[in-house]
Design a protein around this ligand. Structure first.
Ligand code: URA
Length: 438
């Protein structure tokens, strides 16, 4: 088989076979196909999009380009994970993984880092001193056996073809191809060895897909291909036009997740609502619960009786950080030293807080990265005192911004002020979960 023939076939919009996709994925993983041919292949796939059948074949090929975790020797429980397409203030995973693990399923949760205005779960976890996200495979197995939950980063052996091809897509202008996105996301999740998967596909300004219809198409494609791979899968289409919860930033979002698991749901009702919806959906998809209302009630109970917090405490201890962080989060998740208050410039209602602008403001404050090499200031971020629909009087605090550097603070405040819209009319309420794709 020759790479040039595969490129020409795709360039001419001819369907490829499983063997041809395997050849590409192996070539990407082992370095036997040069970058210029891989890039050319990706552009051909961008211009002549893969069919659903081809997408499933390519996903399989990339998933099999490395190892696949196999939990069959360590647990008989259903294995379930969640993937979010990313957003601003979306620290749900931090509370979700330990919570769902209390429902009689195993949760090996593989997460990523933040880039641009979207945050990453690994960065949030690393705001805890000594928390280890680079967990060797044997320790992932051990932790799942004992605790039913482990949160870790992609190991070098899992879907190596995707790592190579994703970076080339970035460089050759082929990121925005739905089939390539689906194959990229699902190859990693398949390699992770779970049998069921919840997709949180966001829409709105802070989301990867801003338009609802695009999110819907992505969600449908993800669910369809996941099923072809033998995964049980459902997608929630969720709102990301405004930030989720009150916290934006790393230590900030850990603090919020812990408060929620401590039972303070009033701190961020929208965050709590999505947490329970996602947790219940994961139990239902995995087959552990039949009835969504009962699954919701169980998940609420696991927060109220302290089991979810205890699970997080154990996970933190296993992964090297101080378990005391869940009991005294204010001591462990400190904000950066400089603060600025964004005050309401007029009286009325908070009508909108734009997620993307708020996320970019958080990056300016130091909470995120513009390139993967940038260093994160874990204490930097934004705490939203008011959210859309709240009333304000002129001069009231809408948000508190944190940074370690005066220039960053000024720049962050200036941009954040553009995210907030205040007006006389009460805004229409929005649904956090817009649709469910089964
Ligand atoms: N996230 C991924 O992992 N891959 C993509 O292609 C896009 C988003």
């Amino acid at each position: 088989m020759r790479m040039i023939d595969i490129i020409i076939k795709k360039r001419n919009a001819k369907p490829l076979t499983q063997d041809e996709f395997d050849f590409v994925a192996q070539g990407a993983a082992k370095g036997t196909v040069p970058d210029y041919q891989l890039s050319s292949f990706l552009m051909a796939c961008f211009l002549n999009p893969l069919s659903p059948k081809e997408t499933a074949m390519f996903t399989k090929a990339m998933a099999h380009s490395g190892g696949r975790l196999d939990f069959s020797k360590v647990t008989t429980l259903p294995k379930v994970d969640k993937h979010s397409t990313g957003g601003v203030g979306d620290g749900i995973s931090l509370a979700l993984a330990p919570l769902v693990a209390c429902g009689g399923v195993a949760v090996p949760m593989m997460s990523g880092r933040g880039l641009g205005h979207t945050g990453g779960t690994l960065d949030k976890l690393e705001s805890m001193k000594n928390f280890e996200v680079r967990v060797p495979v044997n320790l992932i197995y051990r932790q799942i056996k004992k605790l039913n939950v482990c949160m870790f980063g992609q190991t070098s052996d899992l879907a190596p073809a995707d790592r190579k091809l994703y970076s080339l897509r970035d460089a050759c202008g082929s990121v925005e191809s739905r089939p390539l996105i689906v194959a990229s996301i699902l190859s990693k999740k398949y390699a992770e060895g779970v049998d069921s998967l919840l997709m949180d596909v966001k829409y709105g300004s802070g989301a990867f897909m801003q338009k609802l219809e695009d999110s819907r198409k992505l969600a449908r494609a993800l669910v369809s291909v996941a099923k072809q791979l033998g995964l049980k899968c459902r997608a929630l289409i969720t709102y990301m036009d405004q930030p989720l919860g009150r916290a934006i930033g790393n230590a900030n979002e850990m603090f919020q997740a812990i408060k929620i698991l401590q039972g303070s749901k009033e701190i961020a009702p929208d965050f709590y609502e999505l947490l329970i919806e996602e947790a219940a959906a994961m139990l239902v998809i995995s087959g552990k619960q039949k009835d969504i209302a009962k699954a919701r009630a169980l998940m609420e109970e696991k927060i109220e009786n302290g089991e979810a917090l205890a699970k997080l405490r154990e996970m933190i201890k296993w992964q090297g950080a101080s378990p005391d962080a869940v009991d005294r989060p204010e001591r462990y998740f400190k904000n950066a030293p400089l603060t600025a208050i964004y005050q309401a410039p007029a009286s009325g209602y908070v009508q909108h807080i734009d997620a993307k602008t708020a996320g970019m403001a958080a990056v300016l404050l130091g909470a995120g990265r513009n390139t993967m090499e940038d260093v994160i200031d874990y204490g930097a971020g934004i705490w939203l005192e008011r959210k859309s629909g709240d009333t304000v009087k002129k001069g009231d605090t809408v948000a508190i911004l944190y940074a370690s550097d005066k220039k960053r603070l000024t720049q962050g405040l200036e941009l954040f002020s553009k995210a907030v819209k205040i007006g006389k009319q009460k805004p229409a309420p929005y649904k956090i979960v817009k649709e469910i794709i089964k």
